[in-house]
Design a protein around this ligand. Structure first.
Ligand SMILES: NC(=O)c1ccc[n+]([C@@H]2O[C@H](COP(=O)([O-])OP(=O)(O)OC[C@H]3O[C@@H](n4cnc5c(N)ncnc54)[C@H](O)[C@@H]3O)[C@@H](O)[C@H]2O)c1
Length: 101
């Protein structure tokens, strides 16, 4: 297993010790080199700026990580013909406040 993360909120101690870890940002041009080397069949994308509250304070950074970072991975996935791209999208922000019925 190969893992990419920038350790912004994550910890290396949580990475499976048998995994090959690349400390990289999803927006980095270096991502291309990882795809060239590893030629993944499946890309499982969980890296994100996840705090809804903080995202409202930092909309540009949030957009860069969650949109441009995801596009960078999608682009490399398509270029290297990986068969699957799994995207763990958000839950809470789509649905809004619960209606009082
Ligand atoms: N945790 C939940 O309950 C839940 C529910 C629904 C959807 N999701 C979605 O699942 C995904 C992961 O959520 P989580 O709770 O595991 O988040 P998390 O914040 O625990 O983990 C995110 C990981 O991404 C890394 N990261 C952040 N920005 C990065 C970047 N630019 N480049 C590389 N790595 C980066 C962080 O260091 C961290 O390891 C998110 O898209 C989130 O919206 C989570």
């Amino acid at each position: 297993m190969k893992v990419i993360g920038n350790l912004s909120t994550g910890s290396k101690a949580n990475v499976n010790p048998r995994a090959c870890f690349y400390e990289l940002d999803t927006r980095s041009p270096e991502i291309k080199k990882v795809f060239q080397k590893e030629k993944p069949e499946v890309v499982n994308h969980h890296a994100a700026f996840t705090s809804v509250r903080e995202s409202a304070k930092k909309p540009i950074e949030t957009n860069a990580i969650n949109v441009l970072g995801t596009l960078n991975l999608l682009n490399q996935t398509a270029k290297h013909k990986a068969s699957h791209f799994i995207f763990a999208s958000t839950g809470g922000v789509w649905y809004g406040k619960k209606a009082n019925l």
